[in-house]
Design a protein around this ligand. Structure first.
Ligand code: 0L1
Ligand code: MG
Length: 212
């Protein structure tokens, strides 16, 4: 893991920039345009400050999202580990509801697996088995990501500061116990107006979603 290089003032300043773009839905240049030496640890420091401010404003932390979890996406971003972002109650949307996108900048949709846990998971050295042991059940989920960076162009420190592009999510479908399914072989078919637009497989996530 890299070191934090930004001053507390810079972290707060960048956090306010991200918060403005997220809450008022406008695009901003990636943070590394101004801070080219910004590290991944700096990105997480900005994200932590954002989380602190949202929680102080009454948002409830409900979970975490792993991003950049497929080999293809990691190669594209030149990274070897997934990113982590936080999810709050304000980002949740009910299943089968229409989702407003006029309050988002560059909305895109992703299919995800949601792990609902029954005990605390804590690093360092948290393994796939620890995740499986802590899981109560799994759910299919839809994530709406929204990069706040102009033209959806960013690098890893910037996107981590932007909470991994987190914006909205829907958890739904039928809850299943891990003992009853093989999560690696779960597949997804995405349709748009009745036409299949893409297919996906859970095994694309580092061989097993719990690995991410
Ligand atoms: O959830 C994801 O995999 C997205 C992570 C952030 C990168 C992006 O916005 O495409
Ligand atoms: Mg995602």
């Amino acid at each position: 893991m890299s070191n934090i290089t930004l001053s507390r003032e810079d972290i707060v300043r960048l956090c306010e920039r991200i918060e403005g773009a997220q809450t008022r839905a406008y695009a901003i240049p990636k943070l590394t345009d101004e801070y080219p030496n910004m590290t991944i640890a700096d990105g997480y420091a900005v994200q932590s400050e954002l989380r602190r401010r949202f929680i102080a404003a009454g948002h409830k932390l409900v979970g975490w999202k792993a991003g950049l979890t497929s080999k293809a996406k990691m190669l594209q971003m030149g990274v070897s580990v997934p990113s982590i972002g936080f999810l709050t109650d304000r980002m949740a949307r009910p299943e089968n509801s229409a989702i407003t996108v006029s309050d988002l900048v560059h909305p895109r949709v992703e299919c995800e697996g949601a792990f609902v846990t029954k005990k605390l998971l804590k690093g360092p050295n948290c393994t796939r088995q620890d995740v499986l042991d802590a899981t109560d059940y799994v759910l299919p989920a839809v994530e709406i990501i929204d990069s706040r960076f102009s033209g959806f162009k960013f690098d890893l420190p910037s996107v981590i500061a932007d909470n991994g592009s987190s914006a909205r999510y829907v958890g739904g479908g039928r809850p299943r116990y891990l003992a009853d399914i093989d999560v690696r072989t779960l597949g997804v078919v995405m349709e748009k107006n009745g036409e299949i637009v893409t297919l996906g497989a859970a095994a694309a996530v580092l061989g097993h979603p719990a690995e991410a």
